[in-house]
Every structure is written in C-alpha cells, then in structure tokens.
Write a protein that binds this ligand. Structure first.
Ligand code: UDP
Ligand code: MG
Length: 314
C-alpha cells in the first residue's frame, strides 16, 4: 500500500442534498493545496440516493475517490473508524458531509501539523447550530472536562487533522461506540487547536435526534473515564449517611422527646425520602448498566460494522 501526503475522511448518512455542493467545493479546495490526496467517503447505511451519488463521484474521479459502503447505519464515529482502517495518508483530516465544516479551512489544520503537532482539533468560531444544540453541547463539554482528563475547546467540531501514528493507535485500540476526537486526544503527545469557520447545514436537518445525542454523549463520558461511577458511589455514601441521621432524629423525637406528629409529618417525609432514594438507586443501576453493557460488547468481540462494498482504484 503506497502512502500519500493527505487523506480526507467523510462520513455520509442521508446527505443526497449536500453531496453535489460538497464535491464542487471540496475537490477544488484540495487541488489548491498542491498535495497528492485521497478522499474516503463512508456511506453509513443511507436510505436516500447518497450511495448512487458517491458511486458517480468515484467514477468521475477514481484517482482520488474511495467509497466504503456499510450494510447498515453504525453511526458517524464507526463510519470514520472504517475509513481510518484503510487510509493511506500521512496526515488524515476528518470533516462532515453537510458543509458545516468548510473544506476551504483544511489548510489551517495542515499548517499546524507542519509545525510539528501530531493532532489538531478545530473549534468552531461562531457556531451555527440551534440554541438548544449549542448550549447542550457547552454543558457536555463542561461535564467531560470535569470527569476526564481530555482538554478540548470544542469536542463536537469534527474538522480535525491527525498524524499517521495517532490513526494507527486509534485503529489498534479496537474501540467500540467511541468518540473519535477524544480517543485521538488520549493518544496524542503534542496536540494543538485552531479556530475554524462553521456554516449552517447546507441542506436537510441534523441526523442526530435527541436520543442519539444522549447515546453519543454517554459514549463520551463513560468511554473515557470511570469517574461517574466513583462520583455516584460517593454520592450514595453521603445519601446513606444522611438517611441514617434522619432515622436517628426520628427515633429521638419519637421516644425521647415524644413530640413527633406521626400521622402528618412522619408519613410524608418518609414517603418523600423513600422515593428519593429509590430514584438514586435507579440512576446507579442505569449507570452501572452502561459500563456492563460496554464490557459486554467488548467481551462479545463481534465485529463493529459490516462493510458491504469498497469502491477504489488500487
Ligand atoms: N453521520 C453519519 N452517521 C450517522 C449520523 C451522521 O455518518 O448516523 C454523518 C453525517 O452525514 C455528517 C456527520 O456525520 O457528515 C455529522 O452529522 P450531522 O450533520 O447530522 O450532525 P450535527 O452536525 O448536527 O452534529
Ligand atoms: Mg451537521
């Protein structure tokens, strides 16, 4: 397998409305860099005409275009992973297919790599997403900062550049349900960040439902740290200390001072506390379930995705 200076990796899920514009902007932006390059698109089980458009693009530019076709939808990060397993570039750049990451910004990342950094993360200068998405993402950024040792200004920005050794480490890790930017950070020795433009989605709506965003962020938090388990245990210990104290107070008032109005005060406070502790226990079980689930997936060692077809010119 010959090596190339640059590989571009793009996950594609139902992007038929964006692909023509992406092609029209991406190839000239890369040609302008004056480097040899390849572009790997992973079709992540799209239900629209994305794969036909990718096939046509492969036919039009077979020298630089490669297409991986999944049999089903495995998620953005697994789509990127499949491409990482096959990239030939010394430097690898990821970006979104919906043109939220302008291809014209790629050179900024490459300049940092040339300056000797092994991993360059973009952060969105003016984020063009909904109010909810922007603030939910700030909150998750904060939680991640507190629970993991990963330092990133903008974990959600997928416009990023990776040097070859980082990609090799990511592929070797065999990670499942992972969050690629954070995984890369954990292998990096000399990371850098650079501000990049962010545009509104060219067409269509985000592929992430509220549910899949929650799943993704659970992957981020539980995939990189067991701090949530430890916080939970500490919280549970504080709660049980508190409930023990409450029982003591109730007993003292009942049997020593004999001033407890059992019918009103007692019944309702106890009910409230029982419900509270029940909910705490349920959160804990759920949290443990997250980790057990991940362990199960790793132990089961089933392949992470299935590639139906690869279009490439050797
Ligand atoms: N994507 C994917 N699989 C999915 C969801 C998204 O490959 O299950 C791709 C999508 O085509 C796009 C990128 O991941 O290239 C980011 O997705 P999207 O724009 O929907 O997310 P957002 O920008 O809202 O975070
Ligand atoms: Mg997007």
């Amino acid at each position: 397998m010959t090596s190339l200076p640059l590989s571009i990796v793009i996950p594609v899920y139902n992007e038929e409305l964006n692909l023509p514009t992406l092609f029209a902007r991406l190839y000239p932006a890369l040609d302008a860099l004056g480097k040899r390059y390849e572009i790997i698109f992973t079709n992540d089980g799209s239900h629209d005409r994305s794969i036909e458009l990718l096939r046509a693009q492969h036919a039009a530019r077979p020298d630089v275009t490669r297409v991986i076709d999944f049999n089903a939808n495995y998620g953005q990060h697994m789509a990127i992973m499949a491409a990482f397993e096959r990239v030939r570039g010394d430097v690898i750049v990821t970006l979104d297919a919906d043109l939220q990451n302008p291809p014209e910004e790629i050179h900024k990342l490459l300049a940092k790599i040339d300056a000797g950094h092994d991993y360059v993360g973009g952060y969105r200068l003016e984020r063009q997403d909904s109010f909810f998405r922007t603030y939910a993402s700030k909150l998750i950024n904060f939680v991640r900062e507190k629970t993991t040792s990963i330092e990133m200004t903008d974990q959600g920005c997928m416009l990023r550049a990776y040097s070859r050794p980082i990609i090799d480490a990511i592929v070797r890790s065999g990670a499942i349900n992972t969050f690629i930017p954070a995984l890369a950070y954990s292998f990096s020795g000399n990371p850098a960040e650079v501000g990049v433009k962010h545009e509104e989605r060219h067409a269509g709506v985000s592929n992430y439902s509220f549910y899949s965003l929650i799943r993704l962020n659970f992957d981020l938090i539980t995939g990189f740290s067991i701090a949530p388990l430890q916080y939970f245990t500490m919280f549970a210990m504080a709660c049980s200390g508190g409930s023990f104290a409450l029982v003591a107070v109730l007993l003292v008032r009942r049997f020593i001072f004999d001033n407890l109005d059992r019918d009103t005060f007692g019944v309702f406070t106890l009910l409230a506390f029982v419900l509270f502790f029940l909910s705490v226990a349920m959160i804990g079980i759920g949290l443990i379930g997250e980790y057990v689930g991940r362990t199960y997936q790793v132990v089961r060692a089933r392949q992470r995705y299935h590639v139906k077809e690869v279009l490439e010119t050797k």
